[in-house]
Write a protein that binds this ligand. Structure first.
Ligand code: MLT
Ligand code: MN
Length: 310
C-alpha cells in the first residue's frame, strides 16, 4: 500500500502569492471557499503511514507540517515522521524548505548530482548539520529505496528519469544559448512503488514537454501527479502578472492542442492530478470554466491535504 499526501498543490509563490492583488488572490484572502489557498509544491509518500518521505521541501514547509497531522512529531521530546527528502529539481519552491528541517534531526536528502551541487555550493544548507543529515545521490534509471539516516529502508522504491525542463531560475546562464545551460539531471520525474510491488504511481511536478518516450513511460499508469503550472502559455503576460511564458519557464500548459490535457488524452491513465499550480491558473478557482474543462477531461485539481491511497 502507498499513502500519498499533497502537502502543497501550488507552484512557486503559492496561492495567494505575497504580492498578488489579482481578483483570484483577493478572493482567496477573503476566505472565498471557491478560491482555497494552496501552499508551495510538495508531496509526501509513506508505505506504513508512520514514516514519510517528503518529495520536495517548500518554503511553506513549517506551516505545511503543522497543517497535516501525518507529519506531526509523535514520540519523545524531538521527533519527526519525515525520514527522508527527495528533490526533483533545484527550484526555490522545492529546496528552500530544507532550511526548516534544521535543528539536528536525523534525515536523508536525496537528489541528482546537479541539485546536490546547489546544496553543496550554498553554505546556508550547512544548517542541516552533516552529523544528522546525509546527502545521498540519485542515479537516473536506477531503482533505489530511500532509507532513513540509520539506513532503514522506508518501503518505497523510486526510479528517477530526466524530463524536459529548465535549470533553476537563479542558475540560468544567459550565455549558454536557448536552454540557459540546462542539462538532463536538472529536472527529474519519479516512478514510485511499494517495495512489494503492490502499487505504483508517477510524480512529475515540473515538465516542459511530453516527448513520446515520456508519454510511453506514463501510459496506462494507475496515477500520475503532473505539472499544472499554467492553464495557457501566455497567461502571466495576459494577466500582466509577469513577462514570461510557460515555455520560457520550462512548463507545459494545460489547455490547447499542444497542452497537457490533449497530450494525456490517449495515454489511458486511471487517475490524473494536477499539482504545482501557479497562482495565475484559473483552475485554482472551483467555479471557473477552466476548472470545469479540466475536470471534464478527467483531471483532478490537487489541493493541500489531498490524500490518495493506492
Ligand atoms: C518554476 O517552477 O518555474 C520555478 O519554481 C519558478 C520560481 O523559481 O519561482
Ligand atoms: Mn516550481
Amino acid at each position: 500500500m502507498l499513502r500519498i499526501l499533497v502537502v502543497g498543490a501550488a507552484a512557486g509563490g503559492g496561492f495567494p502569492q505575497w504580492n498578488s492583488n489579482s481578483e483570484a488572490s483577493r478572493r482567496s484572502r477573503a476566505g472565498d471557499p471557491a478560491a482555497r489557498p494552496a501552499g508551495q509544491s510538495s508531496l509526501a509518500v509513506s508505505a506504513d503511514g508512520e514514516r514519510w518521505i517528503l518529495l520536495n521541501a517548500s518554503p511553506d514547509l513549517r506551516q505545511q507540517i503543522n497543517d497535516n497531522h501525518q507529519l506531526h512529531p509523535k514520540e519523545g521530546v524531538r521527533h519527526s515522521p519525515i525520514k527522508a527528502v527527495v528533490l526533483t529539481n533545484g527550484d526555490v519552491d522545492h529546496v528552500a524548505g530544507l532550511l526548516t528541517l534544521r535543528e539536528s534531526s536525523p534525515l536523508a536528502v536525496y537528489s541528482t548530482s546537479r541539485v546536490r551541487s546547489i546544496l553543496d555550493e550554498n553554505t546556508i544548507f550547512n544548517v542541516l548539520n552533516p552529523q544528522f543529515v546525509d546527502r545521498r545521490l540519485i542515479t537516473l534509471g536506477e531503482v533505489f529505496e530511500p532509507a532513513a539516516k540509520d539506513g532503514e529502508g522506508l518501503g518505497v522504491t523510486m526510479e528517477a528519469f530526466a524530463v524536459p525542463g529548465k535549470v533553476a531560475l537563479y542558475k540560468e546562464d544567459g550565455l549558454a544559448g536557448d536552454n540557459f545551460g540546462t542539462v538532463g539531471e536538472d529536472t527529474i520525474g519519479l516512478k514510485l512503488a511499494a517495495r512489494d510491488g503492490s502499487a505504483h504511481f508517477f510524480y512529475v511536478p515540473g515538465c516542459a514537454a511530453l516527448p513520446p518516450d515520456l508519454g510511453g513511460r506514463l501510459e496506462g499508469a494507475p496515477l500520475v501527479l503532473f505539472d499544472g503550472t499554467l492553464w495557457r502559455d501566455d497567461e502571466m503576460v495576459v494577466q500582466k502578472a509577469g513577462v514570461k511564458t510557460g515555455h520560457r519557464m520550462g512548463h507545459l500548459s494545460m489547455a490547447g492542442p499542444d497542452g497537457t490535457i490533449a497530450a494525456f488524452a490517449p495515454l489511458g491513465i486511471r487517475r490524473k492530478v494536477f499539482v504545482h499550480i501557479n497562482n495565475t491558473n484559473p483552475v485554482l478557482l472551483a467555479d471557473s470554466p477552466e476548472r470545469g474543462e479540466a475536470e471534464a477531461a478527467g483531471w483532478e485539481i490537487g489541493y493541500d491535504g489531498m490524500e490518495i491511497v493506492l
